[in-house]
Design a protein around this ligand. Structure first.
Ligand code: HEC
Ligand code: HEC
Length: 334
């Protein structure tokens, strides 16, 4: 297939996927609802179902204007907040349907879950601080200062979306689904195969997605324009949960759990921008921030030590080829 017809074919797939997302937007009932769902585990409160209001219900006043500003930031982050974004992603690339879709860490569920304790920084974080984290890590950028107009607009959008949602209760569809641990562990070669048959059409064989005239049609999954090593998506459990529920786009929950874990490992087995908390060596950074069971940073994949970072690091460009090879770090095992 020629490059041109490939772009055309991928554009059609994108159009279908966008249509699928638009369709779920319009089928949302006009009012928000909060109804208990049975099936609580003994000793745990029942999760509560919630549907956010449709976008057409955004009020036509000064508050509504702020909500719309937040929605635009959420959809087109790299172009509307370039000073805080270091890649070509937007918030909605990982929080689908502009942060409205259940099981893709929707903003209505997040809004009512903060302030919350986070083991990532070992203290209680406000919602605004949580937003700062996604700028720093997922967007490989710079955290806007507390009170920055961009954060206020994103808060207004999330708050508006959560109207009528109860606080202090787990909402159905909050966060990414938690998959059971994979029976066969995870495997690079199996993941590569899943990637080739279910993902490469849109995200491209080299994982760099499709960017045309500055517009991201399909986001990159690794490399210099992707999320960095400090981002949640670089953790296998979070990536596998997101992928299982949401990918291939428009056909979520079609992969087996095992396929989702394997392809998550394949993606996070590639190099990406350095963790901004880098402590001067991969090993020190791994020990302090990446010691969990679902981390690939500082581990070896395909004979190479992951965590060198790609993109501009300290003034020189690091590529996968110039990254240290495994024998330099014999103590680190896969
Ligand atoms: C590369 C993917 C990615 C991008 C891009 C991204 N996020 Fe996230 N975000 C995540 C992951 C992963 C989590 C953790 C989800 C979980 O814990 O289940 C998360 C969590 C969140 C949460 C907390 C959700 C909760 O339920 O506690 C908020 C709020 C959030 N992101 C906002 C944003 C905003 C705003 C942007 C854009 C500035 C953004 N994210 C961009 C991946 C991303
Ligand atoms: C039909 C095209 C399509 C296919 C096939 C597809 N994706 Fe995606 N993917 C997208 C689009 C588009 C987004 C961004 C969603 C948005 O902005 O609404 C995305 C987002 C993502 C993200 C989060 C954003 C990022 O850059 O990290 C991950 C991870 C991901 N896809 C992984 C996969 C995996 C793994 C597969 C194969 C199992 C897959 N995708 C198949 C179109 C696709």
């Amino acid at each position: 297939m020629s490059a041109r017809s490939l772009i055309h074919a991928r554009g059609l797939v994108a159009a279908a996927a966008v249509f699928a997302l638009a369709a779920c937007e319009h089928s949302a009932p006009p009012q928000s609802s909060a109804a208990p769902v049975p099936a609580a585990k003994p000793g745990r409160p029942a999760a509560v179902a919630f549907t956010p209001p449709p976008l057409r219900a955004i009020p036509d006043d000064a508050f509504g204007a702020e909500v719309r500003k937040g929605e635009a930031l959420f959809r087109h982050t790299a172009t509307t907040a370039p000073q805080y974004v270091g890649n070509t992603l937007s918030c909605q690339n990982c929080h689908l349907d502009a942060g409205r879709l259940a099981d893709s860490a929707p903003m209505w569920a997040a809004w009512v879950s903060y302030p919350a304790y986070r083991s990532k920084n070992q203290r209680v974080n406000t919602f605004e601080e949580r937003l700062q984290g996604c700028f720093k890590f997922s967007m490989n950028g710079k955290a806007p200062p507390l009170g920055a107009p961009e954060l206020v607009a994103l808060e207004a959008y999330s708050y508006w979306m959560a109207q009528g949602a109860p606080t202090g209760t787990k909402l159905v569809g909050a966060g990414y689904p938690k998959l059971p641990k994979p029976a066969q562990g995870w495997d690079y070669a199996r993941g590569k195969q899943v990637y080739a048959s279910h993902c490469a059409l849109c995200h491209a064989a080299d994982g760099q997605g499709l960017l045309v005239d500055g517009k991201t049609w399909f986001p990159p999954l690794w490399g210099p324009q992707s999320y960095n090593w400090g981002a949640g998506m670089s953790r296998l459990d979070l990536a596998a949960g997101f992928i299982k529920a949401n990918m291939p786009l428009g056909n979520g929950n079609s992969l087996s759990d095992q396929q989702a874990w394997d392809v998550a490992y394949y993606i996070d087995g590639h190099e990406r921008p350095q963790d901004p908390r880098y402590l001067g060596s991969i090993e020190a950074t791994r020990t302090k921030f990446h010691d969990g069971p679902y981390e690939t940073y500082g581990r070896i994949a395909q004979g190479r030590l992951l965590g060198a970072g790609v993109g501009v690091v300290g003034g020189s460009t690091v590529t996968r080829e110039s990254a240290p090879r495994a024998p330099l770090a014999p103590r680190l095992r896969d």
